[in-house]
Design a protein around this ligand. Structure first.
Ligand SMILES: *[C@@H]1O[C@H](CO)[C@@H](O)[C@H](O)[C@H]1NC(C)=O
Ligand SMILES: *[C@@H]1O[C@H](CO)[C@@H](O)[C@H](O)[C@H]1NC(C)=O
Ligand SMILES: *[C@@H]1O[C@H](CO)[C@@H](O)[C@H](O)[C@H]1NC(C)=O
Ligand SMILES: *[C@@H]1O[C@H](CO)[C@@H](O)[C@H](O)[C@H]1NC(C)=O
Ligand SMILES: *[C@@H]1O[C@H](CO)[C@@H](O)[C@H](O)[C@H]1NC(C)=O
Length: 371
């Protein structure tokens, strides 16, 4: 129970005067629109004066003005699209955990027109629609709308300076967070868990000086958790998202993947070497033949240009023209070597062959002359 609720309860003492006629009509309207006859408890409702007769859940100040309506868990049902603004001293409105429905963007302008409204709890109902921007200038500082079906933008509500606690958990917000939170100057508790929020987290969340609890669990956030959020003096719940490794030290969150070009090793990211590619989720993969990756940390292997080829795991490709040149040079070298060998062999053979027959020949030639 908030301080304001308690205050409202204390102000209850000394009820004497009668409530305003317009206020009585406003309460009777609420009773009628939310199936009052079927409420779990509706003691004294619609009988005489709400303050004097202690209508169940109605609290008044010493001037017999209604300051709080506490009708949580009371079987209120039906479409609620308006609240009579003659309840202009209302500080606390708690209609949580009932079966109220309706487009919240229709109801919101009435709530924003209640100049004293500080605690608003419509959690655990079936409200649909969006949060309008009227709360930015309204007086609500404890704003609880958990477990409804709200959707749309969070930009205006996250720029509402009066907010001390905001609970929008369990709705259908499918949007990104703003990058700046400069206007949330009083925020203590921010619960956006169980939605479909996506995108990257801004490190500016770490600048929320008054924050004590941040719950972003069970959304679809991606990217890394900024290291600026590691050494915070508030409780943070980042679980149930698919975070990119590495997780800043000190946070008990698991990460699932790394940036493309890397692979996860014990919660840390290891760069894939040149000649490999990495999708960030599984192990680095060797580039197949005829593809290449020139530098470490490549997300993919590129196809070799036309007329070039590579072997598996290559950091670059070899042009076929170069290959032909290479083969030609090798052939020429081989030919040269072969020629040399042949030349050598021939020379040696000729030398040996010439020597022996030369002597024979000499004898042979000399023989006829000198014989
Ligand atoms: C109260 O509940 C009964 C039975 O479910 C239903 O017939 C009746 O219409 C309800 N009354 C109101 C005021 O909704
Ligand atoms: C209901 O009103 C009567 C007077 O009409 C009063 O005597 C009684 O105490 C009230 N009930 C409660 C629970 O306040
Ligand atoms: C965050 O919200 C989830 C779901 O609403 C809840 O289960 C969890 O306990 C909360 N974490 C903290 C630290 O309050
Ligand atoms: C979003 O997160 C919810 C759980 O919070 C999960 O069930 C769902 O598959 C996610 N959607 C995408 C598109 O990642
Ligand atoms: C991280 O993963 C491990 C192993 O899967 C699991 O036991 C642990 O509870 C997880 N921690 C968190 C904070 O989700």
């Amino acid at each position: 129970m908030s301080p304001w609720t308690l205050l409202s309860l204390f102000l209850l003492a000394g009820v004497a005067m009668a409530a305003d006629e317009d206020e009585i009509d406003a309460l009777k309207d609420l009773y009628k629109n939310t199936a009052g006859a079927n409420w779990t408890v509706n003691t004294n409702w619609t009988i005489g004066d709400p303050c004097k007769n202690h209508w169940y859940g109605v609290y008044c100040d010493s001037g017999s003005r209604v300051t709080a309506l506490l009708l949580s868990n009371n079987g209120l049902a039906g479409k609620l699209v308006a609240i009579d603004t003659s309840l202009d001293q209302l500080r606390t409105l708690d209609l949580s955990n009932n079966r109220l429905t309706g487009d919240f963007s229709k109801l919101a302008p009435y709530l924003c027109s209640l100049p004293q409204l500080s605690v608003l709890n419509l959690g655990g109902n079936g409200f649909t629609g969006t949060l309008t921007n009227c709360f930015v200038k309204a007086s609500v500082d404890f704003f609880y709308m958990r477990d409804n079906h709200l959707s749309g933008s969070l930009r205006d509500i996250l720029a509402t300076p009066s907010l001390v606690e905001l609970d929008l958990s369990g709705n259908k917000f499918h949007t990104q967070l703003p990058s700046s939170f400069d206007d949330l100057v009083n925020i203590v508790k921010l619960d956006l868990s169980n939605n479909q929020l996506y995108g990257y987290l801004s490190s500016e969340l770490g600048d929320l000086a008054t924050l004590k609890l941040l719950n972003l669990s069970h959304n679809n956030f991606t990217g890394t958790i900024p290291s600026a959020l590691a050494a915070l003096d508030f409780t943070a719940d980042f679980s149930g998202n698919t975070w990119e490794c590495p997780i800043p030290s000190g946070l008990s969150v698991n990460c699932t993947h790394c940036r493309a070009g890397y692979t996860v090793v014990n919660g840390l990211c290891k760069e894939c070497p040149a000649g490999f590619s990495g999708n960030g989720h599984s192990e680095c993969v060797m580039c197949p033949a005829n593809t290449f990756s020139p530098v470490a940390g490549s997300a993919f292997c590129s196809q070799c240009p036309r007329g070039a080829f590579s072997f598996e795991g290559s950091a670059d490709c070899v042009g076929t023209f170069l290959l032909v040149q290479f083969v030609l040079i090798v052939l020429v070298l081989v030919l040269v070597v072969l020629s040399l060998i042949l030349y050598c062999v021939l020379r040696c053979w000729l030398k040996r062959h010439n020597k022996a027959p030369a002597n024979d020949g000499a004898t042979a030639y000399l023989h006829p002359e000198f014989s």
